[in-house]
Design a protein around this ligand. Structure first.
Ligand code: NDP
Ligand code: HSE
Length: 429
């Protein structure tokens, strides 16, 4: 049987998963696509590390050119992460006429336009299924399965580390720092886990999904991004008491000529499908104008689930080689003409607000007066009986972000309010 030869850069969590998956299911893969994948070379920085996966003699190299410049390598898998060396290596491989498979969402969020232009110029493919939502085949779904749809909205849980942390906080009432350590040991977190917990990793993935859905690479630095770092267990408990869960959500939807694209923690109904996505699992809800509501669910991080996505991409490249059909599916094509990102100030939402206040007469009326003045209608209000300062939890009706922020600024300045007010957006889905 004909073979196609794979060169891999990076032999960490995902890289070892890819090697293990190919070793285990190689015959099955070859039978399915009619061409055999051969993991021919792997670039590592240190030959002496035991990575728990055996590879044949001569496969490991410390010289990246043995992968990037070698005539006997058909496709390069980039699994090192980051945006500097990864960009250099990917562009070098493309310029050498090699197709790319990458799991690197940061690379694509910052350099996607440049990389896809280079791929087009060199008539090679760039596949990136593992970059977004781990093992869920959401890239292929948006690019092919839903190609006949105009996308109306995407709501998604895209970071396995954060969803794992939030689930443990919710079930066990422990602070996130403790759980983060476990998420790292399980191989879910980024090399720098602040990318996970501050929302940047979700933002990178959101830019990728938006590029596929709306045909434009928006600037990740300009989108509203906040993560779960400051989240307090008491807000998770308060949300639960009202029938909600807190999830780190990617939200993408057209708003007039613009696109409302943001990442932040959100209260969503506990009974909603996204509300029931726990642990390392991710889910992507896509609404298309023809298909209606869809939801895709699976492991969002971890060695084997991510390797599954990388290997699926490799098999696409294998099929392209077998049938001489490079660039059969254009990875990214500008199509719609959306203007800009909706500024966060203009977003309209319901809000969860927690204030720490003194327990004395007139406090609540002073607070509600400010909300009333700012045209914000309160849907519910709860003051707990506890030692001072007491928490007051409010839910608003739909209001404009700018109005809510300015009301909160005034409330924070009241002499009866201690601590910074906590504000979380609510999506009733
Ligand atoms: P790891 O840190 O486990 O592995 C990275 C590997 O790349 C290590 O072997 C490291 O070598 C090597 N490496 C790092 N920098 C360089 C460099 N400049 N030159 C050569 N080799 C280098 O990361 P993961 O496997 O977890 O992640 C890899 C990619 O996959 C990242 O882009 C990540 O965002 C993405 N991803 C990860 C998922 C996961 O669940 N872990 C899920 C989806 C995507 P050394 O051992 O010497 O440090
Ligand atoms: N650190 C990422 C996560 C890996 O936890 O989702 C998968 O992209």
């Amino acid at each position: 049987m004909k073979e196609f030869r794979i060169g891999m850069i990076g032999f960490g969590t995902v890289g070892t998963g890819v090697a293990a998956c190919i070793q285990k299911n190689c015959d099955l893969m070859a039978a399915r696509i009619g061409i055999r994948p051969v993991l021919a070379r792997i670039m590592v920085r240190n030959l002496d590390v035991d990575r728990g996966v055996e590879v044949a003699e001569g496969v490991l190299t410390t010289n990246v050119d043995d992968v990037l410049n070698a005539d006997d390598i058909d496709v390069v898998v980039e699994l090192i992460g980051g945006t500097t060396d990864a960009r250099t290596f990917v562009l070098q491989a493309i310029n050498n006429g090699k197709s790319i498979v990458t799991a690197n969402k940061a690379l694509l969020a910052f350099h996607g336009a440049e990389i896809f232009a280079a791929a087009e110029a060199n008539n090679v493919d760039v596949y990136f299924e593992a970059s977004t939502a781990g093992g869920i085949p959401i890239i292929k779904t948006l690019r092919e399965g839903l190609a006949g749809n105009r996308i109306e909205s995407i709501y998604a849980i895209l970071n396995g580390t954060c969803n794992y942390i939030l689930t443990r906080m919710e079930h066990e009432g422990i602070a996130f720092a403790e759980v983060l350590d476990e998420a790292q040991k399980l191989g879910y977190a980024e090399a720098d886990p602040s990318f996970d917990i501050d929302g940047d990793d979700t933002a990178h993935k959101t830019v990728i999904l938006t590029a596929l859905a709306f045909g434009r690479w928006f600037d990740v630095a300009r989108m509203h991004t906040s993560g779960i770092r400051g989240l307090d267990v008491q807000d998770i408990e308060n949300a639960a008491g009202m029938g909600y869960k807190i999830k780190l959500l990617a939200i993408v939807k057209p708003a007039g000529n613009d696109v409302d694209m943001r990442v932040h923690p959100v209260l969503i109904p506990a009974s909603s499908m996204l509300g029931q996505v726990s642990d390392v699992f991710n889910a992507v809800c896509v609404k298309g104008d023809a298909v209606g509501e869809t939801m895709f669910y699976g492991r969002g991080a971890g060695r084997d689930a991510t390797a599954s996505a990388v290997v699926a991409d490799l098999l696409e490249v294998g099929l392209n080689i077998a049938h001489d059909s490079a660039r059969r599916v254009v990875p990214f094509q500008a199509h719609d003409t959306y203007g800009e990102l909706t500024p966060i100030d203009d977003v309209r939402s319901r809000y969860y607000i927690r204030l720490q206040v003194e327990d004395k007469p007139d406090v609540l009326s002073r607070i509600t007066h400010i909300f009333g003045e700012s045209n914000i209608s309160i849907a519910s209000i709860l003051q707990k009986e506890t030692t001072e300062p007491v928490p007051v939890v409010l839910m608003t009706h739909i209001a404009r972000e700018k109005d809510v922020q300015s009301a909160l600024q005034k409330i924070a300045g009241l002499d009866v309010v201690s601590d910074e007010p906590v504000l979380l957006r609510v999506e009733d889905l």
